[in-house]
Design a protein around this ligand. Structure first.
Ligand code: RM4
Ligand code: MN
Ligand code: MN
Length: 430
């Protein structure tokens, strides 16, 4: 049996477990009250949290070896938005959508904008693609794009980014994200300093095309597709570039773009302090840019990152306005389930970070009491905030159990009927 996902069916399904949830919520409320925390305040924060969904995340991803398509995959940007709508309806945290151009380039920007608005969605950020060649493209990006040795290739890449910004303006987006795959596979392949000069020169041209209300985000990544080194390899290079570019340029942190064991929360704190944190591409990884579901491998790291973010939010750090987005590749799961679960993991870390007893933590830090400082963080991290998250979703019209309700609705089965398989196997990032 399948059913439509609408406010009535969602409320009806929630009704089956609402009694149990209310009991758990009340119990947690008492526990938190003993610790001086008002549960209602935390629930309010959980309801306010937003993380954007990437248009490219709702299709099944793949590795460089193979892609195993799932049933009912969206075939165009409108069907992708339908899936994004399901994610937002059930989690009530993801109204923003990030677009990858030209993968999701609409023929009619106005039509796409209103299709999104009709569903309570909006286009959040634009993402350019100069790491692949598109059919009919004049110059190849095989040896780079914004830093290519030939000016004509660089100009073509600049032009593509400007086109993304112009399209973004029409769609009501507020930022443009630039990630370049440029780099080298072999030592000596490129001149280290000259490539960065060329990058900055190209980025200055892109920066000039930004309208006043638009921000540009630079995404660093230590390797891949270039295996020896990329040009924008770490946050230091990224920070230098955004400083050079101007007030509308910021450094974006994609969690997977760091070597294993790198202390990402420190990078986040530094970028906040320097007024240059753009925001995030959330995902998780074990080895590299695995693009696994957020919070699936290192949930404590995610919490520590949010601890820095919430600390800055509470202290009202000047200019602190991070843009949150998921950037994942779903190779073996239903993308809708993965994105919902990942959005919930972000809200979880955000809520837990709000539970941290910051006055106590500060005192332990002043007294150099490392043991109690860690315990203070761990106490928040080990608090099961599930009842808060479920109650926040329920109050906002979402699902107490997003994955359970999604499965019960039979959405994927109906999509498989409406959207016959395209037969696109192959390999690739999405
Ligand atoms: C890159 C990077 C970009 C994303 C592409 C698909 O590794 O994370 O943000 O747009 O993948
Ligand atoms: Mn990314
Ligand atoms: Mn990536």
């Amino acid at each position: 049996m399948s059913f439509e996902l609408n406010p009535e069916t969602i409320a009806g399904e929630n009704g089956k477990t609402l009694g149990t949830l209310a009991g758990d919520y009340e119990h947690l409320g008492k526990q938190l009250a003993r610790r001086g925390v008002d549960i209602e305040g935390i629930t309010e924060r959980a309801m306010a949290f937003r993380v954007a969904v990437p248009s490219w995340g709702v299709g099944t991803g793949g590795t460089r070896f193979a892609r195993f398509p799932g049933p009912g995959e969206p075939r165009n940007i409108f069907e992708k938005l339908e899936d994004c709508d399901v994610i937002n309806k059930l989690t009530r945290s993801t109204p923003g959508i990030s677009l990858h151009i030209p993968w999701d380039k609409p023929e009619d920007a106005g039509a796409l904008k209103s299709f999104a608005a009709d569903r309570g969605l909006f286009i959040d950020s634009m993402n350019s693609n100069t790491f692949q060649d598109q059919a009919g493209q004049k110059h190849s990006y095989k040896f780079g794009s914004l830093v290519h040795t030939e000016a004509a290739v660089r100009d073509q890449a600049v032009e593509h980014n400007v086109e993304c910004i112009e399209l973004g303006v029409k769609l009501g987006a507020r930022s443009h994200t630039v990630w370049v795959g440029d780099g080298g596979n072999f030592p000596g392949q490129f001149h280290t300093r000259r490539t960065l000069d060329r990058y900055l020169d190209s980025m200055r041209k892109i920066y000039k095309a930004l309208p006043d209300h638009f921000r540009v985000f630079i995404e660093h990544k230590l390797y891949e597709p270039a295996f020896y080194s990329t040009v924008i390899n770490d946050w230091g290079v990224s920070y230098y570039c955004v400083k050079e570019l101007g007030d509308k340029a910021f450094s974006l942190v994609d969690l997977g773009h760091h070597a294993p064991n790198v202390n990402i929360e420190m990078i986040v704190a530094r970028l906040i302090q320097f007024g240059k944190l753009a925001g995030f591409h959330f995902n998780d990884s074990k080895y590299g840019d695995d693009d696994l579901d957020t919070g699936s491998i290192k949930p404590f790291q995610l919490f520590l990152i949010f601890n820095e973010l919430v600390d800055a939010e509470i202290e009202k750090v000047k200019g602190f306005d991070p843009a949150y987005m998921l950037d994942q590749s779903h190779n073996v799961t239903d993308p809708i389930e993965s994105l919902m679960t990942s959005a919930v993991e972000c809200v979880r870390a955000y809520a837990q970070a709000h539970i941290v007893d910051r006055a106590a933590l500060s005192e332990y830090q002043e007294k150099n009491d490392a043991m109690m400082a860690l315990s203070t963080l761990k106490r928040a991290f080990t608090t099961d905030v599930d009842p808060i998250l479920a109650m926040a979703r329920h109050r906002a019209g979402g699902a107490i159990d997003p994955v359970g309700l999604y499965r019960a609705s039979g959405y994927r089965g109906s999509a498989a009927v409406k959207r016959p398989a395209s037969g696109r196997g192959g390999s690739g990032i999405v």
